[in-house]
Design a protein around this ligand. Sequence first.
Ligand SMILES: Cc1ncc(COP(=O)(O)O)c(C=O)c1O
Length: 353
Amino acid sequence: MTRHGGNIHNASKMTGMPLNEIMDFSASINPLGVPKTAVAAIKKAISLLPHYPEPLADSLASCIARHYGVSAESVICGNGSTELIYLIPRVLKPKRVLVTAPTFSEYERACKSNQPSVVSCQLLKAENNFDINADAFIGYMKGCNLAFLCNPNNPTGRLLKKKDVLKIAAAAQELGCYLVVDEAFMDFCPDETVIKHVSRNPYLIVLRSMTKFYALAGLRIGFGVFQPKLAQMVKMQKEPWTVNCIADAVGRTVLDDRAYQAKSLGMICREKQYLEAGFDRLSIKYIPSSANYYLIWMDNAQRVIRSLSKKGILLRDCSNFDGLSETYLRIAVRSRTENRILLKELSELCRAS
Ligand SMILES: Cc1ncc(COP(=O)(O)O)c(C=O)c1O
C-alpha cells in the first residue's frame, strides 16, 4: 500500500484522539465540509438502499455531462477517480507509460499491476517550481502508449496552462499515445479545464474527482470524460454498481449547489492569502499553488511532522514522492481557525530550530 495523506484513522489510533479533534492538513479536502444540500440528499436517498444503484450511474453521468457541456455518452462515473485511474490501463493495456515525478503515486501503481514499462521522468525541477515544460513532456511521450498529466499537479499545486495542455494533447494524438489529464483539483481554477476538448481528440481523457472540492472523500465520487467510442470500450470492462445510490444522489445534487461552490472558492482564496502571508513572515519556502494545498520545504520537516502529529495536527510527509527529499511537506488550506493554529505551531518550531 502506498502512503497517502488523509490517514486520519491511523492518526486517531496512534494518538488516542477522536477523529473530530484531529486537524488534517495532510489531505486536501474543502474545509467547508460536506455541503448541506448533500446531507439532505443523503437522508432522502436512504430509502433507495434496498435497491441496486444504476449499473453505470447513467443519470449521474447525464447530470455531469450537462454541467460541463459534454455528451452523456462520453462520461463514465467511478468510485472516486481512483477507480478510473486503475481501469484505464487495464483496458488500454499500454506497453510503455509516461508518468512525471513528483506526482500522484497511484498512476504508477495502477500501471504496474498491468506490467508495462513505466517511464517515470524527472522533468519537473525544484528550481523551476516543478513546472512541466510542454515540449519536454512531448519529447518523453514518444514511444509511449499512455501518459498521465496531473493538472494542477499533486503535490506541487502547479498549473499547466490550457494552451500547453492542448499542445501536449495534440502531440499525443499525433503520436498515438493516450493522454490522461487528471483534473482532480481543477475546481479551484475552473477556467483552465480541457474537458470540452475531449470530443475533438480521441486520445485525450480527462479525469475529475468530486471528493476534494465537495469534501466527499468518504463517499467516493469521480468521473472520466472519454471520446464516446473509447468510453464504450471502457464501459464494457468496468465493474457494475461502483457508484452507490447515496453517492449517485449526492453527486447529482452538489453539481447544482452554486452557493457552496462560490463560498468555497471565496474562502479558499482568502485562506491562501492568509497562509502565504504567514509563510512569508516565518521565511518558510513554498511553491505558489493553483490548488488548495502548498508544497513547502523546511530543513527540519521530519521533526515538524513528528511533533505536530503528537498534537493531532497532520501534515503530508512528501519524502515518499518520487523526486522529493525528506525536507518537503504538503499542507492543505484549512479554515482560518486551523490555519492560525498551524502557523502558530510552525512559528514555535521555526524559533526552536
Ligand atoms: C491528483 C489526484 N488524483 C486523483 C485522486 C483520487 O481522488 P478520488 O478521491 O476521486 O479517488 C487524488 C487523491 O488524492 C489525487 O491527489
